[in-house]
Ligand binder design. Sequence first.
Ligand code: HEC
Length: 73
Amino acid sequence: MSFAEVQQEVFLVSCQNCHQSQGVFTFENYETVSASLALINRRVFVFGDMPPRGLAEEPKALLKAWMDQGGPP
Ligand code: HEC
């Protein structure tokens, strides 16, 4: 699993528009996302408050699998 895949299937669909419009960090490149992995893990999987309306099972499982691999490029 690659960043490009997770970016297409999860970040660009479920996170990017809102973050861009709210001026929060964006998901446009690997470096930014990579630097935010711990935060993403906390908000999506520990607190479960990102995205605010929740993430569907399929993208959530995909994101989890990628994060479990350490978030490779
Ligand atoms: C409806 C708008 C919206 C969506 C959709 C959304 N976010 Fe957010 N996100 C925010 C806002 C606003 C903040 C800043 C306020 C806060 O931290 O709660 C934020 C903050 C965060 C932070 C903390 C950033 C920091 O520097 O502390 C993370 C991590 C995050 N979002 C991840 C995600 C991920 C991953 C997704 C998609 C799966 C996502 N968000 C989808 C609005 C959104």
